[in-house]
Design a protein around this ligand. Structure first.
Ligand code: NAG
Ligand code: NAG
Ligand code: NAG
Ligand code: NAG
Ligand code: NAG
Ligand code: NAG
Ligand code: NAG
Ligand code: NAG
Ligand code: ZN
Ligand code: ZN
Length: 384
Protein backbone atom coordinates (compact mmCIF):
# COMPACT_ATOMS: atom_id res chain seq x y z
CA UNK A 1 0.00 0.00 0.00
CA UNK A 2 2.82 2.33 0.79
CA UNK A 3 3.74 2.91 -2.76
CA UNK A 4 0.24 3.50 -4.01
CA UNK A 5 -0.63 5.99 -1.33
CA UNK A 6 2.44 8.03 -1.83
CA UNK A 7 2.31 7.93 -5.56
CA UNK A 8 -1.32 8.89 -5.47
CA UNK A 9 -0.40 11.94 -3.47
CA UNK A 10 2.35 12.73 -5.92
CA UNK A 11 -0.06 12.72 -8.82
CA UNK A 12 -2.70 14.71 -7.05
CA UNK A 13 -0.08 17.29 -6.38
CA UNK A 14 0.72 17.47 -10.07
CA UNK A 15 -2.73 17.17 -11.53
CA UNK A 16 -3.83 20.14 -13.52
CA UNK A 17 -7.53 20.67 -13.95
CA UNK A 18 -8.61 17.80 -16.18
CA UNK A 19 -9.96 18.58 -19.62
CA UNK A 20 -12.40 16.28 -21.34
CA UNK A 21 -11.08 13.85 -23.93
CA UNK A 22 -10.97 15.30 -27.38
CA UNK A 23 -10.80 13.34 -30.61
CA UNK A 24 -9.64 15.14 -33.73
CA UNK A 25 -8.83 14.13 -37.29
CA UNK A 26 -5.59 16.08 -37.13
CA UNK A 27 -3.81 18.71 -35.12
CA UNK A 28 -5.22 21.60 -37.13
CA UNK A 29 -8.72 20.52 -36.22
CA UNK A 30 -8.18 21.18 -32.50
CA UNK A 31 -10.08 24.37 -31.62
CA UNK A 32 -7.67 27.15 -30.64
CA UNK A 33 -9.00 27.42 -27.09
CA UNK A 34 -8.36 23.70 -26.51
CA UNK A 35 -4.84 23.68 -27.88
CA UNK A 36 -2.23 23.00 -25.27
CA UNK A 37 1.45 23.75 -25.26
CA UNK A 38 3.45 20.55 -24.92
CA UNK A 39 5.50 22.18 -22.16
CA UNK A 40 2.30 22.60 -20.18
CA UNK A 41 2.59 19.29 -18.37
CA UNK A 42 3.51 18.11 -14.91
CA UNK A 43 6.77 16.39 -15.78
CA UNK A 44 8.18 19.41 -17.57
CA UNK A 45 9.20 20.87 -14.21
CA UNK A 46 11.82 18.10 -14.00
CA UNK A 47 13.85 20.02 -16.56
CA UNK A 48 14.69 22.36 -13.69
CA UNK A 49 16.87 19.56 -12.28
CA UNK A 50 19.25 19.67 -15.24
CA UNK A 51 22.79 19.20 -14.00
CA UNK A 52 21.87 17.71 -10.64
CA UNK A 53 24.23 14.99 -9.49
CA UNK A 54 25.16 12.91 -6.48
CA UNK A 55 25.77 14.86 -3.31
CA UNK A 56 23.47 17.76 -4.17
CA UNK A 57 20.32 18.70 -2.31
CA UNK A 58 17.69 20.45 -4.43
CA UNK A 59 14.18 21.53 -3.51
CA UNK A 60 11.59 19.17 -4.95
CA UNK A 61 14.07 16.50 -6.02
CA UNK A 62 11.96 13.96 -4.12
CA UNK A 63 9.38 14.24 -6.89
CA UNK A 64 11.68 12.78 -9.50
CA UNK A 65 12.39 9.91 -7.10
CA UNK A 66 8.67 9.24 -7.05
CA UNK A 67 8.65 9.29 -10.85
CA UNK A 68 11.45 6.75 -10.95
CA UNK A 69 9.75 4.64 -8.31
CA UNK A 70 6.53 4.56 -10.30
CA UNK A 71 8.31 3.16 -13.34
CA UNK A 72 10.17 0.62 -11.23
CA UNK A 73 13.62 2.21 -11.05
CA UNK A 74 13.43 2.58 -7.28
CA UNK A 75 12.21 -0.46 -5.35
CA UNK A 76 8.70 -0.29 -3.98
CA UNK A 77 10.06 -1.57 -0.70
CA UNK A 78 11.65 1.81 -0.02
CA UNK A 79 9.44 4.30 1.76
CA UNK A 80 8.01 6.86 -0.62
CA UNK A 81 8.68 9.85 1.65
CA UNK A 82 11.89 10.63 -0.13
CA UNK A 83 14.27 13.41 0.75
CA UNK A 84 15.56 16.06 -1.63
CA UNK A 85 19.07 14.61 -1.44
CA UNK A 86 20.66 13.25 -4.60
CA UNK A 87 21.57 9.99 -2.87
CA UNK A 88 22.82 6.62 -4.09
CA UNK A 89 19.26 5.41 -4.58
CA UNK A 90 18.59 8.16 -7.07
CA UNK A 91 21.97 7.69 -8.70
CA UNK A 92 21.40 4.02 -9.39
CA UNK A 93 17.88 4.74 -10.61
CA UNK A 94 19.23 7.27 -13.07
CA UNK A 95 21.89 4.84 -14.24
CA UNK A 96 19.38 2.07 -14.84
CA UNK A 97 17.13 4.49 -16.70
CA UNK A 98 20.05 5.59 -18.85
CA UNK A 99 20.89 1.98 -19.68
CA UNK A 100 17.31 1.20 -20.63
CA UNK A 101 17.02 4.22 -22.89
CA UNK A 102 20.52 3.85 -24.30
CA UNK A 103 21.72 7.18 -22.98
CA UNK A 104 25.22 7.86 -21.73
CA UNK A 105 25.46 6.33 -18.29
CA UNK A 106 26.47 9.33 -16.24
CA UNK A 107 24.37 8.80 -13.13
CA UNK A 108 23.51 12.50 -13.37
CA UNK A 109 20.37 14.27 -14.40
CA UNK A 110 21.99 15.60 -17.54
CA UNK A 111 20.07 17.44 -20.20
CA UNK A 112 19.53 14.50 -22.55
CA UNK A 113 18.32 12.26 -19.76
CA UNK A 114 15.79 14.78 -18.52
CA UNK A 115 14.59 15.48 -22.03
CA UNK A 116 13.78 11.78 -22.16
CA UNK A 117 12.15 11.70 -18.76
CA UNK A 118 9.57 14.32 -19.72
CA UNK A 119 8.42 12.61 -22.91
CA UNK A 120 4.82 11.36 -22.67
CA UNK A 121 4.79 7.63 -22.10
CA UNK A 122 2.97 4.48 -21.14
CA UNK A 123 2.16 4.12 -17.45
CA UNK A 124 3.34 0.52 -17.18
CA UNK A 125 6.66 0.22 -15.29
CA UNK A 126 9.88 -0.60 -17.16
CA UNK A 127 11.30 -2.45 -14.20
CA UNK A 128 9.33 -5.05 -12.31
CA UNK A 129 10.56 -6.27 -8.97
CA UNK A 130 13.96 -4.74 -9.51
CA UNK A 131 14.51 -6.59 -12.79
CA UNK A 132 14.53 -4.38 -15.81
CA UNK A 133 12.22 -5.71 -18.43
CA UNK A 134 14.07 -3.65 -21.00
CA UNK A 135 17.76 -4.40 -20.92
CA UNK A 136 20.14 -3.08 -18.26
CA UNK A 137 23.06 -5.18 -17.18
CA UNK A 138 22.67 -8.78 -16.17
CA UNK A 139 19.72 -10.03 -14.24
CA UNK A 140 17.01 -12.31 -15.45
CA UNK A 141 16.08 -10.23 -18.41
CA UNK A 142 15.01 -11.96 -21.54
CA UNK A 143 17.44 -10.97 -24.20
CA UNK A 144 18.06 -12.50 -27.53
CA UNK A 145 21.27 -11.70 -29.31
CA UNK A 146 21.61 -12.80 -32.87
CA UNK A 147 24.61 -12.19 -35.07
CA UNK A 148 24.42 -11.86 -38.80
CA UNK A 149 27.39 -11.89 -41.11
CA UNK A 150 26.82 -9.49 -43.95
CA UNK A 151 28.88 -9.34 -47.08
CA UNK A 152 31.08 -6.48 -46.05
CA UNK A 153 29.99 -5.80 -42.51
CA UNK A 154 29.04 -7.63 -39.41
CA UNK A 155 26.32 -6.42 -37.13
CA UNK A 156 24.35 -7.59 -34.17
CA UNK A 157 20.62 -7.50 -33.96
CA UNK A 158 19.72 -7.51 -30.35
CA UNK A 159 16.22 -8.59 -29.43
CA UNK A 160 14.90 -6.72 -26.47
CA UNK A 161 11.33 -7.80 -26.15
CA UNK A 162 10.19 -8.78 -22.69
CA UNK A 163 7.33 -10.30 -20.76
CA UNK A 164 5.69 -9.81 -17.40
CA UNK A 165 7.00 -11.92 -14.52
CA UNK A 166 5.85 -15.49 -14.98
CA UNK A 167 5.17 -14.90 -18.69
CA UNK A 168 1.38 -14.69 -18.37
CA UNK A 169 -0.48 -15.14 -21.65
CA UNK A 170 -4.03 -15.92 -22.78
CA UNK A 171 -4.65 -19.65 -22.29
CA UNK A 172 -5.09 -22.06 -25.21
CA UNK A 173 -8.84 -22.15 -24.78
CA UNK A 174 -9.15 -18.38 -24.95
CA UNK A 175 -7.67 -17.35 -28.27
CA UNK A 176 -10.74 -15.78 -29.85
CA UNK A 177 -11.00 -12.70 -27.68
CA UNK A 178 -13.72 -10.10 -27.45
CA UNK A 179 -13.34 -6.42 -26.67
CA UNK A 180 -15.81 -3.74 -25.68
CA UNK A 181 -15.80 -0.01 -24.93
CA UNK A 182 -16.99 1.63 -21.75
CA UNK A 183 -20.47 2.82 -22.76
CA UNK A 184 -20.06 5.90 -20.55
CA UNK A 185 -17.45 7.21 -23.00
CA UNK A 186 -19.99 7.20 -25.84
CA UNK A 187 -17.24 6.86 -28.42
CA UNK A 188 -17.95 7.43 -32.07
CA UNK A 189 -17.55 4.74 -34.71
CA UNK A 190 -14.51 6.58 -35.99
CA UNK A 191 -12.77 6.32 -32.62
CA UNK A 192 -13.74 2.67 -32.19
CA UNK A 193 -12.41 1.84 -35.62
CA UNK A 194 -8.97 3.10 -34.57
CA UNK A 195 -8.86 0.30 -31.99
CA UNK A 196 -10.09 -2.24 -34.54
CA UNK A 197 -7.18 -1.32 -36.81
CA UNK A 198 -4.78 -1.68 -33.91
CA UNK A 199 -6.06 -5.16 -33.00
CA UNK A 200 -5.71 -6.29 -36.61
CA UNK A 201 -2.02 -5.43 -36.57
CA UNK A 202 -1.43 -8.03 -33.85
CA UNK A 203 -3.95 -10.56 -35.19
CA UNK A 204 -2.01 -10.63 -38.46
CA UNK A 205 1.03 -12.17 -36.82
CA UNK A 206 -0.40 -14.51 -34.18
CA UNK A 207 -3.23 -17.08 -34.24
CA UNK A 208 -5.56 -14.96 -32.08
CA UNK A 209 -8.68 -13.13 -33.15
CA UNK A 210 -10.29 -10.01 -31.70
CA UNK A 211 -13.98 -9.36 -32.06
CA UNK A 212 -15.87 -6.29 -30.94
CA UNK A 213 -18.89 -6.90 -28.75
CA UNK A 214 -21.29 -4.58 -26.97
CA UNK A 215 -21.23 -6.08 -23.50
CA UNK A 216 -18.58 -4.18 -21.57
CA UNK A 217 -18.97 -6.28 -18.44
CA UNK A 218 -18.38 -9.68 -20.06
CA UNK A 219 -15.85 -8.97 -22.80
CA UNK A 220 -12.32 -10.33 -22.46
CA UNK A 221 -10.83 -6.89 -23.06
CA UNK A 222 -12.41 -3.70 -21.75
CA UNK A 223 -11.40 -0.30 -23.07
CA UNK A 224 -12.14 3.05 -21.49
CA UNK A 225 -11.01 6.66 -21.25
CA UNK A 226 -10.70 8.03 -17.72
CA UNK A 227 -9.22 10.99 -15.90
CA UNK A 228 -7.44 11.04 -12.58
CA UNK A 229 -8.16 8.24 -10.15
CA UNK A 230 -10.46 5.73 -11.84
CA UNK A 231 -10.66 2.69 -9.61
CA UNK A 232 -7.30 0.94 -9.99
CA UNK A 233 -5.13 3.27 -7.92
CA UNK A 234 -3.14 4.11 -11.00
CA UNK A 235 -4.55 7.61 -11.46
CA UNK A 236 -3.99 9.45 -14.69
CA UNK A 237 -2.03 12.65 -14.43
CA UNK A 238 -3.76 15.09 -16.74
CA UNK A 239 -2.38 16.49 -19.94
CA UNK A 240 0.65 14.56 -21.32
CA UNK A 241 2.77 12.58 -18.84
CA UNK A 242 1.20 9.15 -18.64
CA UNK A 243 -0.99 8.48 -21.67
CA UNK A 244 -2.43 5.02 -21.04
CA UNK A 245 -1.89 1.71 -19.29
CA UNK A 246 -2.99 -1.86 -19.74
CA UNK A 247 -2.64 -5.04 -17.74
CA UNK A 248 -1.12 -8.39 -18.50
CA UNK A 249 -3.23 -11.45 -19.43
CA UNK A 250 -5.82 -12.49 -18.59
CA UNK A 251 -6.87 -9.21 -17.00
CA UNK A 252 -7.89 -7.36 -20.16
CA UNK A 253 -8.21 -3.84 -18.72
CA UNK A 254 -7.05 -1.12 -21.09
CA UNK A 255 -7.31 2.48 -19.85
CA UNK A 256 -6.49 5.71 -21.65
CA UNK A 257 -6.03 9.19 -20.23
CA UNK A 258 -9.11 11.22 -21.07
CA UNK A 259 -7.18 14.44 -20.57
CA UNK A 260 -5.23 14.10 -23.81
CA UNK A 261 -6.09 15.43 -27.23
CA UNK A 262 -6.24 12.32 -29.40
CA UNK A 263 -5.70 12.20 -33.15
CA UNK A 264 -7.91 9.56 -34.74
CA UNK A 265 -7.61 9.99 -38.49
CA UNK A 266 -4.59 7.77 -38.83
CA UNK A 267 -2.82 10.62 -40.56
CA UNK A 268 -0.63 11.80 -37.75
CA UNK A 269 2.01 13.35 -39.90
CA UNK A 270 5.30 14.73 -38.74
CA UNK A 271 5.32 17.25 -35.99
CA UNK A 272 1.67 17.16 -35.02
CA UNK A 273 2.52 16.20 -31.50
CA UNK A 274 4.87 19.07 -30.88
CA UNK A 275 2.83 21.72 -32.60
CA UNK A 276 -0.56 20.86 -31.25
CA UNK A 277 0.37 18.59 -28.38
CA UNK A 278 -1.89 15.77 -29.47
CA UNK A 279 -1.29 12.04 -29.42
CA UNK A 280 -1.90 9.56 -32.20
CA UNK A 281 -4.49 7.19 -30.75
CA UNK A 282 -3.66 4.20 -32.90
CA UNK A 283 0.03 4.36 -31.92
CA UNK A 284 -0.91 4.19 -28.25
CA UNK A 285 -3.53 1.49 -28.85
CA UNK A 286 -1.11 -0.82 -30.67
CA UNK A 287 1.35 -0.45 -27.78
CA UNK A 288 -1.18 -1.14 -25.03
CA UNK A 289 -2.57 -4.18 -26.84
CA UNK A 290 0.98 -5.53 -26.69
CA UNK A 291 0.67 -5.40 -22.88
CA UNK A 292 -2.79 -7.01 -22.99
CA UNK A 293 -1.16 -9.89 -24.87
CA UNK A 294 1.67 -10.23 -22.34
CA UNK A 295 4.53 -8.13 -23.71
CA UNK A 296 6.53 -5.83 -21.46
CA UNK A 297 8.61 -2.89 -22.59
CA UNK A 298 11.41 -3.17 -25.11
CA UNK A 299 14.51 -1.02 -25.36
CA UNK A 300 14.44 -1.17 -29.16
CA UNK A 301 13.56 2.42 -29.93
CA UNK A 302 11.66 1.60 -33.12
CA UNK A 303 9.64 -1.17 -31.55
CA UNK A 304 6.01 -0.68 -30.65
CA UNK A 305 6.81 -1.75 -27.08
CA UNK A 306 9.30 1.08 -26.46
CA UNK A 307 7.81 2.98 -23.48
CA UNK A 308 7.68 6.51 -24.84
CA UNK A 309 5.83 8.02 -27.74
CA UNK A 310 8.43 9.88 -29.69
CA UNK A 311 7.37 13.45 -30.22
CA UNK A 312 5.83 14.10 -33.57
CA UNK A 313 5.73 10.51 -34.63
CA UNK A 314 3.06 8.03 -35.57
CA UNK A 315 4.25 4.50 -34.87
CA UNK A 316 1.83 1.71 -35.67
CA UNK A 317 3.79 -0.93 -37.59
CA UNK A 318 5.00 -3.89 -35.58
CA UNK A 319 8.78 -4.11 -35.48
CA UNK A 320 10.44 -7.53 -35.81
CA UNK A 321 11.22 -7.26 -32.08
CA UNK A 322 7.48 -7.02 -31.33
CA UNK A 323 6.61 -9.80 -33.75
CA UNK A 324 9.17 -12.18 -32.32
CA UNK A 325 8.13 -11.41 -28.77
CA UNK A 326 4.45 -12.02 -29.33
CA UNK A 327 5.08 -15.10 -31.45
CA UNK A 328 7.16 -16.53 -28.62
CA UNK A 329 3.95 -16.43 -26.55
CA UNK A 330 1.42 -17.58 -29.14
CA UNK A 331 3.20 -18.92 -32.20
CA UNK A 332 2.80 -17.54 -35.67
CA UNK A 333 -0.38 -16.89 -37.57
CA UNK A 334 -0.33 -19.45 -40.40
CA UNK A 335 -1.18 -16.66 -42.81
CA UNK A 336 1.70 -14.49 -41.67
CA UNK A 337 4.40 -14.67 -44.30
CA UNK A 338 7.06 -12.42 -42.83
CA UNK A 339 7.59 -14.80 -39.98
CA UNK A 340 10.90 -14.80 -38.20
CA UNK A 341 10.29 -16.84 -35.11
CA UNK A 342 12.91 -16.67 -32.38
CA UNK A 343 15.52 -19.34 -32.49
CA UNK A 344 15.40 -21.27 -29.23
CA UNK A 345 19.14 -21.90 -29.42
CA UNK A 346 20.00 -18.28 -28.68
CA UNK A 347 17.42 -17.89 -26.00
CA UNK A 348 18.47 -17.22 -22.44
CA UNK A 349 15.78 -18.88 -20.42
CA UNK A 350 14.27 -17.06 -17.55
CA UNK A 351 14.03 -19.74 -14.94
CA UNK A 352 13.54 -17.86 -11.76
CA UNK A 353 10.49 -15.71 -12.12
CA UNK A 354 7.55 -15.77 -9.80
CA UNK A 355 4.38 -17.72 -10.22
CA UNK A 356 2.03 -14.86 -10.81
CA UNK A 357 -0.43 -14.63 -13.66
CA UNK A 358 -2.97 -16.82 -12.00
CA UNK A 359 -5.53 -14.08 -11.75
CA UNK A 360 -8.87 -15.09 -13.13
CA UNK A 361 -11.36 -12.97 -14.97
CA UNK A 362 -12.75 -10.39 -12.65
CA UNK A 363 -14.81 -7.28 -12.59
CA UNK A 364 -15.29 -4.57 -10.10
CA UNK A 365 -13.12 -2.30 -8.14
CA UNK A 366 -11.35 -4.50 -5.63
CA UNK A 367 -10.74 -7.20 -8.19
CA UNK A 368 -9.24 -4.71 -10.54
CA UNK A 369 -6.81 -3.83 -7.84
CA UNK A 370 -5.97 -7.48 -7.28
CA UNK A 371 -5.23 -8.07 -10.92
CA UNK A 372 -3.24 -4.93 -11.05
CA UNK A 373 -1.04 -6.14 -8.27
CA UNK A 374 -0.59 -9.50 -9.86
CA UNK A 375 0.19 -8.21 -13.27
CA UNK A 376 1.79 -4.85 -13.57
CA UNK A 377 3.32 -4.32 -10.21
CA UNK A 378 4.17 -7.77 -9.00
CA UNK A 379 6.09 -6.81 -5.94
CA UNK A 380 3.24 -5.10 -4.19
CA UNK A 381 1.54 -8.42 -3.76
CA UNK A 382 4.37 -9.49 -1.57
CA UNK A 383 4.33 -6.36 0.52
CA UNK A 384 0.64 -6.77 1.16
C1 NAG B 1 -7.66 18.43 -40.71
O1 NAG B 1 -9.00 18.04 -40.55
C2 NAG B 1 -9.94 18.97 -41.02
C3 NAG B 1 -11.33 18.51 -40.62
O2 NAG B 1 -11.55 17.21 -41.05
C4 NAG B 1 -9.76 19.09 -42.53
O3 NAG B 1 -10.68 20.02 -43.04
C5 NAG B 1 -8.34 19.54 -42.83
O4 NAG B 1 -8.11 19.54 -44.23
C6 NAG B 1 -7.33 18.62 -42.18
N1 NAG B 1 -6.02 19.22 -42.32
C7 NAG B 1 -4.96 18.52 -42.70
C8 NAG B 1 -3.68 19.25 -42.74
O5 NAG B 1 -5.04 17.35 -42.99
C1 NAG C 1 5.12 26.92 -25.26
O1 NAG C 1 5.55 27.49 -24.04
C2 NAG C 1 6.91 27.88 -24.05
C3 NAG C 1 7.28 28.34 -22.66
O2 NAG C 1 6.18 28.73 -21.94
C4 NAG C 1 7.08 28.99 -25.08
O3 NAG C 1 8.44 29.39 -25.12
C5 NAG C 1 6.67 28.45 -26.44
O4 NAG C 1 6.76 29.47 -27.40
C6 NAG C 1 5.27 27.91 -26.40
N1 NAG C 1 5.00 27.26 -27.66
C7 NAG C 1 3.85 27.40 -28.31
C8 NAG C 1 3.72 26.64 -29.58
O5 NAG C 1 2.95 28.09 -27.88
C1 NAG D 1 11.58 26.03 -13.02
O1 NAG D 1 12.53 27.09 -13.00
C2 NAG D 1 12.03 28.30 -13.49
C3 NAG D 1 13.15 29.27 -13.54
O2 NAG D 1 13.96 29.14 -12.42
C4 NAG D 1 10.89 28.77 -12.62
O3 NAG D 1 10.35 29.95 -13.13
C5 NAG D 1 9.82 27.72 -12.63
O4 NAG D 1 8.79 28.08 -11.74
C6 NAG D 1 10.37 26.39 -12.20
N1 NAG D 1 9.33 25.42 -12.38
C7 NAG D 1 8.97 24.63 -11.39
C8 NAG D 1 7.79 23.79 -11.68
O5 NAG D 1 9.54 24.60 -10.33
C1 NAG E 1 9.29 8.27 6.35
O1 NAG E 1 8.26 8.53 7.29
C2 NAG E 1 8.31 7.71 8.42
C3 NAG E 1 7.08 8.01 9.26
O2 NAG E 1 6.81 9.37 9.27
C4 NAG E 1 9.59 7.95 9.20
O3 NAG E 1 9.66 7.10 10.31
C5 NAG E 1 10.76 7.65 8.27
O4 NAG E 1 11.95 7.95 8.91
C6 NAG E 1 10.63 8.48 7.01
N1 NAG E 1 11.68 8.09 6.12
C7 NAG E 1 12.43 8.96 5.51
C8 NAG E 1 13.44 8.39 4.56
O5 NAG E 1 12.32 10.13 5.68
C1 NAG F 1 27.48 10.55 -25.05
O1 NAG F 1 28.59 11.37 -24.77
C2 NAG F 1 29.37 11.67 -25.90
C3 NAG F 1 30.60 12.41 -25.46
O2 NAG F 1 30.28 13.34 -24.46
C4 NAG F 1 28.55 12.47 -26.89
O3 NAG F 1 29.29 12.75 -28.04
C5 NAG F 1 27.35 11.64 -27.29
O4 NAG F 1 26.51 12.40 -28.11
C6 NAG F 1 26.58 11.22 -26.05
N1 NAG F 1 25.53 10.32 -26.45
C7 NAG F 1 24.34 10.32 -25.90
C8 NAG F 1 23.36 9.33 -26.42
O5 NAG F 1 24.05 11.07 -25.02
C1 NAG G 1 -11.50 -19.66 -32.66
O1 NAG G 1 -12.30 -19.53 -33.82
C2 NAG G 1 -11.89 -20.38 -34.88
C3 NAG G 1 -12.76 -20.09 -36.09
O2 NAG G 1 -13.60 -19.03 -35.89
C4 NAG G 1 -12.03 -21.83 -34.48
O3 NAG G 1 -11.57 -22.66 -35.51
C5 NAG G 1 -11.18 -22.07 -33.25
O4 NAG G 1 -11.36 -23.37 -32.77
C6 NAG G 1 -11.54 -21.07 -32.15
N1 NAG G 1 -10.57 -21.26 -31.07
C7 NAG G 1 -10.93 -21.35 -29.81
C8 NAG G 1 -9.83 -21.56 -28.83
O5 NAG G 1 -12.09 -21.24 -29.47
C1 NAG H 1 3.80 -11.97 -48.46
O1 NAG H 1 3.34 -10.66 -48.21
C2 NAG H 1 3.73 -9.71 -49.16
C3 NAG H 1 3.31 -8.35 -48.68
O2 NAG H 1 2.17 -8.42 -47.94
C4 NAG H 1 3.11 -10.08 -50.50
O3 NAG H 1 3.50 -9.15 -51.48
C5 NAG H 1 3.57 -11.45 -50.90
O4 NAG H 1 2.93 -11.85 -52.09
C6 NAG H 1 3.27 -12.47 -49.81
N1 NAG H 1 3.87 -13.74 -50.14
C7 NAG H 1 3.24 -14.87 -50.00
C8 NAG H 1 3.99 -16.08 -50.35
O5 NAG H 1 2.08 -14.92 -49.60
C1 NAG I 1 10.12 -10.48 -6.58
O1 NAG I 1 11.35 -10.71 -5.93
C2 NAG I 1 11.23 -11.55 -4.81
C3 NAG I 1 12.57 -11.59 -4.11
O2 NAG I 1 13.61 -11.61 -5.05
C4 NAG I 1 10.78 -12.92 -5.27
O3 NAG I 1 10.63 -13.76 -4.15
C5 NAG I 1 9.43 -12.78 -5.96
O4 NAG I 1 9.03 -14.01 -6.50
C6 NAG I 1 9.53 -11.78 -7.10
N1 NAG I 1 8.21 -11.53 -7.62
C7 NAG I 1 7.95 -11.52 -8.93
C8 NAG I 1 6.54 -11.22 -9.31
O5 NAG I 1 8.81 -11.72 -9.76
ZN1 ZN J 1 3.74 0.24 -22.12
ZN1 ZN K 1 -6.39 2.35 -15.03
Amino acid sequence: MIRFCVFGAFLLYLVASPVSAGFYPNGSAIPPDLRRNITDNAWNAFLNFTGCHAGMKVDGLYKIKQYFQHFGYIPLTLPGNFTDDFDDILKSAVEMYQRNFKLNITGELDELTLQHVVIPRCGVPDVVNGTSTMLSGGGRRRTYEVSFSGRSQRFHAVKRYSFFPGEPRWPERRRNLTYAFDPRNALTEEVKSVFSRAFVRWAEVIPLTFRRVESFSTSDISIGFYTGEHGDREPFDGFMGTLAHAFSPPNGHFHLDGAENWIVSGEGGDGFLTERAAVDLESVAVHEIGHLLGLGHSSVQDSIMFPTITTGRRKVDLHSDDVEGVQYLYGSNPNFNGSRTPTPATEQRDTGSGNSGAAGRIDGYSSVLTSLLMSTVGLLMYIL
